[in-house]
Design a binder for this molecule. Structure first.
Ligand SMILES: [Mg+2]
Length: 352
């Protein structure tokens, strides 16, 4: 078998709408696109960098250059995942390699990944995220989403620094904007509430036809989760508290579900373990995103037929998407029919 050849490019991806969450505002993301070529096929992967999390582009390029200088003959995706984990390579850099290898193998076998895995096609409509800190901006953002994408679910970012009264105003503005339409609202607090606020907002949102709450408690009060869980009116999902499958048993008795992300867990290989571990604990499963373009979304999309909830929308909010891939049909993110994950590059690299 031919050697693997590694290369990469950095893209600065600009959001159409800034994303405001409990920890700040995001306008742009720096994404590293990874290419793994063998023979005449090239697998593509993506890393989203984050200074907040210590996930740096330069560190990833250096670590992956070293790794592929030493490992030109890759035979096991699982062993590669473990090698990179043991070298403390950042999870999104691992994810980029992992999805590129799965893409490459899918192309070599001439099968889209969901067919390679014998997985069902996606059937659950995606949430589309609304992250804004004033009622006017919430209404403007939803107006744009309704005009362009016709979603069935909107995920409203709450837990903002303005406090629970502001959160209630934002949620009410969203409700008002979608009135009369077949759209369900979900809430992600991104760890922005105290235990007291979370108990209060769970009660309030349960009377407003909210679907579920994601990551309600701030890190300092996460020990209050069992107390909140016993009194909850709405299903509780954890996102930030769970990165890998090993994290699930710690919280399994005190949540309804987990939100996995390829960038947090190091890619598709660990995503399979998360899905199995969550189902073994009788938890609901969700897949989310973290500013990925069509590349990361295309890779994640092939898993969604195995999951209960889908939140793959970051590529919809990009001005300069570097690739083609999934389509958005009747609310569902659907995979490309091409072999592998199906994303193909369309933009040259941008200077950072
Ligand atoms: Mg979340």
């Amino acid at each position: 078998m031919s050697d693997i050849v590694f290369s990469s490019r950095v893209f600065a991806l600009q959001k159409k709408f800034s994303l405001t969450i409990s920890r700040g505002v995001r306008h742009i993301s720096e994404n590293l696109i990874v290419f793994l070529s063998r023979g005449d096929k090239t697998g593509i992967g993506e890393m989203v960098s984050s200074s907040e999390k210590g996930w740096y582009t330069e560190d990833a390029i250096s670590a992956l250059n070293n790794y592929f200088d030493e490992h030109r003959n890759i035979s096991s995706i699982q062993e590669t995942w473990q090698d990179l984990f043991d070298r403390n390579v950042s999870p999104p850099a691992m994810a980029a390699v992992d999805m590129a290898l799965w893409d490459l193998v899918g192309q070599e076998l001439n099968l889209p990944l969901y067919k390679l895995w014998e997985a069902p096609l996606p059937c659950h409509a995606t949430s589309v995220t609304v992250g804004a800190d004033t009622s006017e901006l919430v209404k403007e953002r939803i107006g744009y989403i309704l005009a362009h994408h016709k979603p069935y679910y909107l995920k409203i970012k709450l837990g903002l620094p303005g406090g629970v009264d502001n959160d209630k105003e934002l949620f009410s503005a969203a409700q008002e904007t979608i009135r009369g339409q077949n759209i369900t609202l979900r809430v992600d607090a991104n760890g922005g509430w105290s235990l007291k606020d979370a108990i209060h907002m769970d009660q309030w949102l349960s009377q407003k036809s909210c679907d579920y709450i994601e990551q309600p408690l701030c890190e300092d009060e996460i020990d209050g989760l069992p107390f909140l869980f016993k009194r909850r009116q709405l299903p509780i999902f954890l996102d930030e508290s769970i990165s890998f499958s090993k994290d699930i048993p710690v919280y399994a008795d005190h949540v309804d579900g987990v939100n996995l992300k390829l960038m947090k867990c190091g890619g598709i290989t660990e995503a399979f373990r998360i899905i199995c571990t969550a189902k073994a604990h009788n938890l609901k499963t969700m897949i989310g995103c973290m500013s990925e373009s069509q590349i990361g979304i295309s890779a994640a999309c092939h898993l969604t037929g195995m999951l209960d909830f889908v939140d793959l929308d970051s590529h919809l909010n990009l001005i300069n998407n570097p690739a083609t891939g999934t389509s958005f049909i009747e609310g569902i993110i659907r995979p490309s029919p091409l072999a592998g994950h199906g994303a193909k590059m369309i933009l040259p690299s941008a200077e950072i």
